[in-house]
Design a protein around this ligand. Sequence first.
Ligand SMILES: NC(=O)c1ccc[n+]([C@@H]2O[C@H](COP(=O)([O-])OP(=O)(O)OC[C@H]3O[C@@H](n4cnc5c(N)ncnc54)[C@H](O)[C@@H]3O)[C@@H](O)[C@H]2O)c1
Length: 260
Amino acid sequence: MRIGLIGLGAIAGDIVLYLKDNPKIEITGALVLPEDLSREAEFPLTTDYDVFMAGDPELVVECAGHGGVVAYGTRVLEAGKDLMIVSIGALSDEPLYDALVDAAKRSKGQLILPAGALIGVDGLAAARSAGLENVTIRSVKPPLSWSGAEGVEGVDLAAIKERTTVFAGSARDAARLFPKNANVAATAALAGIGFEKTQVELVADPTTTQNTHTLIFEGTPGRYELVIAGNPSPNNPKTSQLTALSIVRLIENRVADVVV
Ligand SMILES: NC(=O)c1ccc[n+]([C@@H]2O[C@H](COP(=O)([O-])OP(=O)(O)OC[C@H]3O[C@@H](n4cnc5c(N)ncnc54)[C@H](O)[C@@H]3O)[C@@H](O)[C@H]2O)c1
């Protein structure tokens, strides 16, 4: 299985580390920005899309952010390659998402959206076929973790002394107003009932030091509530350990004898 990476930051670094002992997987190269060209890697780095694609990856894994999805997403799919998008928050941009889906329809390539940080998405996506009525994702973080977001402009986060809801609304608005939470909101929306119907609650809790996501979905198959309180990756404190591992699991499943 030949894999190409777009971006070589924290998550891509973890993916490389976790895949390196799998003899069935070869990393053909990484498409990077000029400032990352001097990074040490056991595969070629390039800033040139054509050179990257000449490595003939079967699956391209985007780990580069919104800009990387815009620059290369449709081109990779149109080349007939499968594309796994890790920066799922970028897909709250409706024209971009539609363009990617169109490109996948027109080509042999599949657009693959991993669970990433939102472990449990398999159940949500499965329940969708039977009928889902409500999907809510509640994210609780220390107040200052929300700082810088457009959705808390003018809010004195440091003065919050008790658990406070800083946003309640659609996943579409949540992704726009709180980009740091966009991946989780977008993953829930795309796996379930879409950006408009998926409800997002964002909570500032001064008594916590952890980020916690609670995914609640309800419909014909029942009511489900999943609490996700991940630890940071030992390799990259800014990302949770299971994010990269859940992506690695999807990749390894493509070559595994037993798929779980
Ligand atoms: N799906 C999820 O659950 C989930 C969870 C955490 C993070 N993410 C997303 O995954 C992405 C990667 O996260 P990270 O922590 O590795 O970020 P990071 O900042 O550590 O790494 C991103 C890398 O991409 C590079 N890059 C940026 N634009 C590029 C471009 N146009 N072409 C090539 N390289 C480019 C940067 O130089 C950087 O090295 C982010 O978009 C982040 O929001 C998703």
